[in-house]
Design a protein around this ligand. Structure first.
Ligand code: HEM
Length: 565
């Protein structure tokens, strides 16, 4: 039957539409439709160009994938609630914890949630698994493409070398200690003020932690006083433009990881405008300080003790060197210095504040640890009236306290999910003794590999049957003389600080900052979960908010009382 004949029958209207389309587009549209159908047949459950799951023996391929878009619907659905619980369910589907998905915006990604695999990716064949352009692309407008947190290859190596030199330098540690003591004086005074009136004072504790780490990291990095923390409890309510902009930019970056085509939408939508205006605020603030410091450096050549107007350096001048002091030896380009500062703040600030927030929740859930921490601190450092001020290295004398902190970080890792690019086809071979007989995992060039420290913390094969419990004693051991020590599981098992050549550089700094807070505050104040009637907004147990890092959703309210009236 010819088209003309058919057009007079019941198919008439349809044929007319087809004819009109053919008249307008020639054969381009039908060819396109046929091409898409052919692609959908070739890729019935994954993105075009990705490898058939049958080439990945031992790797779980979740059901429910769609032609051409793979698991996009599933992953976007995970973005809102219970993301890590979902990751864990997928990980539990095979004994080796590996699963593969492909989704728009990221291509194919294989998750390998075992330390044995991570050692291969992050050490044995390190060069084959860089952070990659997807990471740089999503973070680059805020953090530059050469910053330590974002870069690969030569720029990363240069930054890493200089930063490692700084972190192990006594003058930097002296500066850090001066900054931390300064902040803790303010925090102690603030808590005294909160509890000054009769009855308990109320406080959003995670907000205090965020102010503590933001204020201290800005000082450690470039001696900038953000004025976000003072003895006045109302200072916690005052918005700080730099912090507001930084928080907004970070939230947008997180969304970019689950928003296909984000770079197109952001050119036109409110999110994009917010991002550009946040970056402007951050840059103006940062560059202003950096220009002052560069000018100061010129002046210092004339007068090394001259104070720096508008920076905290004038007060803490002679106490060591900050991050800018170290990096100004490497470059005097303000743009490069800004990138260094921002990478440092992003690496250190949220991670430490969130770890402290989860720790204090765990201590409220398991109050039996509080007297033991207080006893350890009192035995080692006494009970001075305004609270203890720890020296940089003295957290090593507090194994019980550090065990409580590390157990909180294990269960609530500050970087709960992470990933790398795959440069060449590879086989991830489990490293070490491999008692669980984990199979090798095949990955292909152009894909990504990922893992979740949140999931690994809850994997019995890694941490034992009680893995989901808060149990600081797993980090403790006693020597023959009965002395308590912190147990070292090695960086692959204790992977929440990352591992291999990109091991977190701030591990000791974070442990110091957090234990210094505990030692200053916990012996003097009690913290108790506020009730809903008192204004509590957080669930119990707290839920996590979806982010690049691991914040608590609806930061919790506590009642604060003094230990000694
Ligand atoms: C409890 C707090 C912290 C945790 C759990 C933590 C964890 C991590 C993790 C998992 C990474 C790897 C991130 C990635 O590859 O994408 C990392 C990298 C890094 N961290 Fe930390 N971190 C903490 C605090 C800090 C602090 C206070 C600093 C100091 C500024 C810091 C500095 C860095 C740096 C510079 C890197 C990049 C290292 C590199 O790529 O060579 N971290 N950290």
């Amino acid at each position: 039957m010819k088209l003309e004949d058919a057009s007079s029958g019941s198919l008439g209207p349809v044929i007319e539409v087809i004819q009109s389309i053919l008249n307008q587009t020639g054969y381009i549209l039908p060819a396109l439709v046929l091409f898409i159908i052919a692609l959908a047949i070739k890729y019935p459950n994954r993105l075009p160009g990705t490898t058939d799951p049958k080439h990945r023996p031992g790797v779980y391929f979740p059901p429910g994938a769609d032609p051409l878009i793979g698991h996009t619907r599933m992953i976007v659905g995970f973005g809102s609630e219970g993301q890590f619980e979902n990751f864990k369910a997928l990980s539990d589907a095979t004994p080796a914890g590996s699963w593969n998905v492909s989704f728009l915006g990221t291509s194919s990604m294989t998750f390998v949630n075992r330390p044995e695999y991570l050692e291969y990716i992050q050490k044995t064949n390190f060069d084959n698994f860089p952070k990659g352009s997807q990471f740089t692309g999503r973070l680059g407008d805020l953090l530059g493409v050469t910053g330590i947190f974002v870069a690969d290859g030569h720029p990363w190596k240069t930054q890493r070398k200089q930063a490692s030199h700084m972190f192990s330098n006594r003058e930097f540690n002296t500066w850090v200690r001066a900054v931390i003591h300064n902040e803790l004086d303010d925090i102690s005074a603030l808590l005294d003020n909160v509890t000054a009136k009769n009855g308990p004072g109320k406080l959003i504790l995670p907000e205090l932690m965020f102010r503590y780490t933001l204020s201290s990291f800005a000082k450690m990095a470039f001696a900038a006083n953000l004025n976000c923390l003072s003895p006045d409890p109302d200072s916690l309510k005052r918005p700080v433009p730099f912090a507001v902009a930084f928080d907004r930019a970070q939230a947008i970056i997180n969304d970019r990881f689950i928003t296909p085509g984000w770079y197109i939408w952001e050119k036109f939508n409110k999110t994009g405008r917010d991002m550009r205006s946040s970056i402007k605020t951050i840059r103006e603030f940062g560059l202003d300080i950096i220009h002052k410091r560069l000018a100061e450096r010129q002046d210092e050549k004339k007068d090394p003790l001259a104070p720096v107007e508008g920076t905290k350096k004038e007060q803490l001048k002679k106490e060591g060197k900050d991050l800018l002091d170290f990096f100004m030896d490497l470059t005097t380009d303000p743009e490069e210095l800004l990138i260094v500062v921002l990478n440092f703040i992003i690496a250190g600030r949220d991670t430490t504040a969130q770890s402290l927030s989860w720790l204090f929740y765990e201590l409220m859930a398991h109050p039996e640890h509080v007297p033991k921490i207080r006893k350890e601190i009192a035995e080692k450092f006494g009970e001075p009236e305004g609270g203890v001020r720890l020296d940089y290295e003295s957290f090593r004398e507090l194994p019980y306290t550090v065990a409580c902190l590390h157990e909180a970080i294990r269960l609530h890792p500050a970087v709960p999910k992470n990933g790398k690019a795959v440069m060449k086809d590879d086989v991830i071979i489990p490293q070490g003794p491999n008692p669980d007989n984990l199979p090798p995992v095949r990955v292909f060039a152009g894909e990504r590999v990922g893992w979740s420290d949140w999931v690994m913390a809850r994997t019995p094969a890694i941490w034992g049957a009680d893995c989901e419990e808060y149990n600081p004693s797993r980090f403790l051991e006693t020597d023959e003389a009965g002395k308590l020590h912190l147990r070292n599981f090695g960086q692959w098992k204790s992977h929440y600080f990352n591992a291999g050549p990109r091991l977190c550089l701030g591990m000791n700094l974070a442990t110091y900052e957090a234990t210094a807070f505990i030692a200053a505050v916990l012996p003097r104040f009690n913290f108790e979960w506020a009730t809903a009637a008192q204004g509590q907004k957080s669930a119990w147990p707290p839920q996590y908010a979806n982010s690049v890092t691991h914040p608590i959703k609806d930061p919790y309210l506590v009642n604060v009382t003094r230990v000694k009236a």
